[in-house]
Design a protein around this ligand. Structure first.
Ligand code: SF4
Length: 259
C-alpha cells in the first residue's frame, strides 16, 4: 500500500505483484497521461505507477485514501494488475501500461522545460519500502532538462535518503510526504528534500506553523479554482524552504488527523 500527498491528496491501496526482469532488476507498470484533465494539476503530463511500488509502512493504508474511490481508483487498480508493456482496460477506457524504460524514454522525449508530475498514484520505483536506485537513476537522467516533481512516502532509510537527495540534486524534485506537522519537522531536519504534509480536513487558514516553527503554506489549488500546479509550481522547487500543506480530503478524510 502507499499514500502520496499531492494536489490530488493522499493515496493508499494494496500492493500487487512486482514484475521481475533479468537478474534482480524489476519492472514497473506506468501509465502516462500526456495532458491531465485534473483541475488541480492543470494540463501537464502526469504519470501513475502500479501499486507494487507503494510502501508497506504507509500509515494511511486503507485509512484515508481518496483514490480508493472514483475514476483514479478504477484506473490504478487495473494498471496495477497490468503487465508492463501491455494494454489494459479500465472502466470504459483503455491504455498502455508502459515498461519503466518505455516510460523513461517518453519523459526524455518531452519538450525541454516541461513541468510534469510523476505519480498521481504510486510511489518511486522499488517494491514496498525500498527505492530501486537503478530505475530512479534512469528516470533522473530522462528528466534532465525537464521539470519533473513527485512525492514519496517511502521511509527515509539511509539508502532511500541517499537516492532522494541525489534526485533533488540532479533536477528531479522528490518531496517527502509527512502525515502530520510533527513528522514534517522530522523530515525537514533531514535536509535532503522539500517536504509536504497532510493537514486536518477543516483547515481555515492559509498559513500554518510546525511545532518547530516552520512555515507551512496551504496548497493554493485547494482553495483557489484558478490555480493549478501548472501555474503554481511550488512543489517543483527542490530547494524550497516552505512546507506545503494539503488539507485531508477524499472518502477517508475523517480518518486522517493531520494536526
Ligand atoms: S502547492 Fe502548487 S505545485 Fe504544489 S500541489 Fe499545490 S498547486 Fe501544485
Amino acid at each position: 500500500m502507499h499514500s502520496a500527498a499531492g494536489p490530488t491528496g493522499p493515496v493508499t491501496v494494496c500492493t500487487s505483484m512486482p514484475f521481475p526482469l533479468k537478474g534482480k532488476q524489476m519492472d514497473y507498470a506506468v501509465y502516462l497521461t500526456r495532458k491531465s484533465k485534473n483541475r488541480k494539476t492543470g494540463p501537464i503530463p502526469v504519470s501513475t505507477t502500479g501499486r507494487a511500488t507503494c510502501p508497506t509502512s504507509c500509515p494511511l493504508m486503507g485509512k484515508g485514501c481518496y483514490a480508493e474511490a472514483g475514476p483514479l481508483a478504477i484506473m490504478w487498480k487495473a494498471l496495477s494488475r497490468a503487465r508492463p508493456g501491455r494494454s489494459f482496460a479500465f472502466g470504459r477506457g483503455s491504455g498502455k501500461a508502459l515498461t519503466w524504460s518505455q516510460f523513461c524514454k517518453a519523459i526524455a522525449g518531452l519538450p525541454e522545460g516541461t513541468l510534469w508530475r510523476h505519480n498521481q498514484a504510486g510511489d518511486l520505483p522499488g517494491i514496498g519500502d525500498a527505492i530501486d536506485h537503478k530505475a530512479l537513476a534512469e528516470l533522473i537522467t530522462a528528466n534532465a532538462g525537464r521539470r519533473g516533481f513527485t512525492y514519496t512516502h517511502k521511509p527515509p532509510t539511509k539508502a532511500n535518503a541517499r537516492a532522494i537527495a541525489n534526485a533533488n540534486r540532479r533536477g528531479f524534485t522528490v518531496n517527502l510526504s509527512a502525515d502530520n506537522l510533527a513528522e514534517a519537522d522530522n523530515l525537514a531536519e533531514l535536509g535532503i528534500a522539500p517536504v509536504v504534509t497532510i493537514l486536518p480536513a477543516e483547515v481555515d487558514r492559509r498559513v500554518y506553523y510546525t511545532p518547530a516553527g516552520r512555515h507551512v503554506a496551504v496548497c493554493p489549488a485547494t482553495y483557489r479554482d484558478e490555480i493549478s500546479c501548472a501555474s503554481c509550481q511550488l512543489c517543483q522547487h527542490p530547494r524550497r524552504v516552505a512546507i506545503v500543506g494539503f488539507p485531508a480530503h477524499g472518502p477517508g478524510k475523517g480518518k486522517i488527523n493531520g494536526a
